[in-house]
Design a protein. Structure first.
Length: 188
């Protein structure tokens, strides 16, 4: 019984670390030509790749929930009305991104290309949720130039996030053998 409690505490700590990394990722931006470099998408990908789909999803859901109850963890603060922001779809997408990364490649011992594919699939999952949400929310908020918003608020970020997701896959492949030496459950 004591061993189970230690495992549960370790699981909670791992989820908390990635939720905290998401908060840091929301506030750390590196100026870059055309698009500022941020790290939230790559952190959600890494959460799934390194923690597996369950803990990855939980860590991203904790981040989302913390922001919705008013803790200022999102880029522009927090609170329930954040759901009205066009960018909120990406926050929902982070949860699914971690899930996709985890089910695709969230286990030790896989070939490197599985982690890269997992990272890219997770990146696409985030954008498949984020872009439609952004456009629908902007339409409901009477934004006139939806085509411009699609390019400047969404598509321009995709190459950067794709490259970072590939790098996340390589990083996960390299570090996963050295972390979490507990046996991983096999997902069937």
């Amino acid at each position: 019984m004591k061993q189970n409690k230690k495992l549960i505490a370790a699981d909670i700590a791992e989820c908390a670390v990635f939720a905290a990394l998401m908060v840091a990722g929301a506030y750390i931006t590196i100026p870059f030509p055309l698009v500022p470099l941020t790290f939230q998408t790559v952190i959600s990908v890494l959460a799934g790749l390194l923690l597996g789909w369950k803990k990855g999803m939980i860590s991203m859901a904790v981040y989302c929930f913390a922001g919705l109850i008013g803790i200022p963890v999102f880029t522009a603060g927090g609170g329930i009305f954040y759901v009205l922001k066009p960018s909120f779809g990406y926050i929902i997408g982070f949860i699914f991104s971690a899930y996709i990364a985890g089910i695709t490649a969230g286990r030790k011992g896989l070939p490197y290309w599985r982690y890269i594919v997992g990272g890219l699939a997770a990146f696409l999952a985030d954008y498949l949720i984020g872009i439609p949400y952004c456009l629908i929310a902007a339409h409901l908020l009477n934004v006139e130039n939806l085509a411009g918003l699609l390019v400047t608020g969404n598509l321009i970020y995709m190459p950067k996030d794709a490259v970072l997701s590939v790098l996340a896959g390589i990083l996960a492949w390299r570090v996963l053998p050295y972390i979490d030496r507990r046996p991983q459950p096999v997902i069937k």
